[in-house]
Ligand binder design. Structure first.
Ligand SMILES: CC(C)(COP(=O)(O)OP(=O)(O)OC[C@H]1O[C@@H](n2cnc3c(N)ncnc32)[C@H](O)[C@@H]1OP(=O)(O)O)[C@@H](O)C(=O)NCCC(=O)NCCS
Length: 165
């Protein structure tokens, strides 16, 4: 995936530009040493966004099949519905193809798009009002944790009726 040569995010998402870059980027950080599925969204053969499902189980001794979700849209393609579509398609893969029990994510407490749209995709905060602090790219960041279980996904309108292969 040629994500590292995408132009830089400016304005609101400038602080997230590190997520695309070779040394600090999500693909390197989360996919090199962990089990990870990468998905690309294409329009006329051009990569317009990507998602990751990084397999891990934050609950010790649990046999649930869980993955963390990440999404990024090409800086010149924002606001056209691609982020939403990538979310819908990746969740279909996660539950209908990979048969995961749960998908979770960490969203910055000041990430307006995520706070508004992840719940619309079916995600729910694990502990509403509770923030998790982490150092990311040298800065302290507060995250909300959201999760979507297979059971809740199957009742969600975006789950669709057919498998995506
Ligand atoms: C966050 C990000 C992935 C969003 O992608 P995007 O393509 O810019 O966003 P979209 O155009 O898909 O936004 C979806 C909009 O369509 C709406 N929408 C589209 N189809 C919809 C549907 N079928 N049902 C409900 N809402 C829908 C959403 O509610 C939203 O509207 P709003 O912004 O007015 O609330 C993108 O901005 C990005 O890559 N940012 C930098 C990296 C990043 O922040 N990643 C996420 C970290 S948590």
């Amino acid at each position: 995936m040629a994500v590292s040569i995408w132009p830089h995010y400016r304005g609101y998402y400038k602080r997230l530009d590190y997520a695309l870059r070779p040394e600090t980027g999500w693909i390197k950080t989360y996919c090199e040493n962990s089990k990870c599925k990468k998905y690309g969204g294409y329009v006329e053969d051009k990569l317009i966004g990507f998602t990751l499902l990084v397999f891990q189980n934050p609950k010790p001794n649990s046999r649930r099949r869980m993955a963390e979700f990440f999404v990024a849209v090409h800086p010149k393609m924002l606001g056209r519905g691609f982020g939403w579509q990538l979310g819908v398609q990746t969740l279909r893969k996660a539950f209908n193809v990979l048969h995961l029990d749960e998908v979770f994510l960490r969203v910055r407490n000041d990430h307006d798009w995520g706070i508004e749209n992840y719940p619309k995709l079916g995600f729910k905060e694990t502990s509403p009002g509770r923030l998790v602090e982490e150092v990311v790219n040298g800065k302290r960041v507060s995250f909300r944790i959201m999760t979507l279980t297979k059971e809740r996904y199957q009742k969600h309108p975006s789950s669709g009726k057919t498998d995506v292969t």
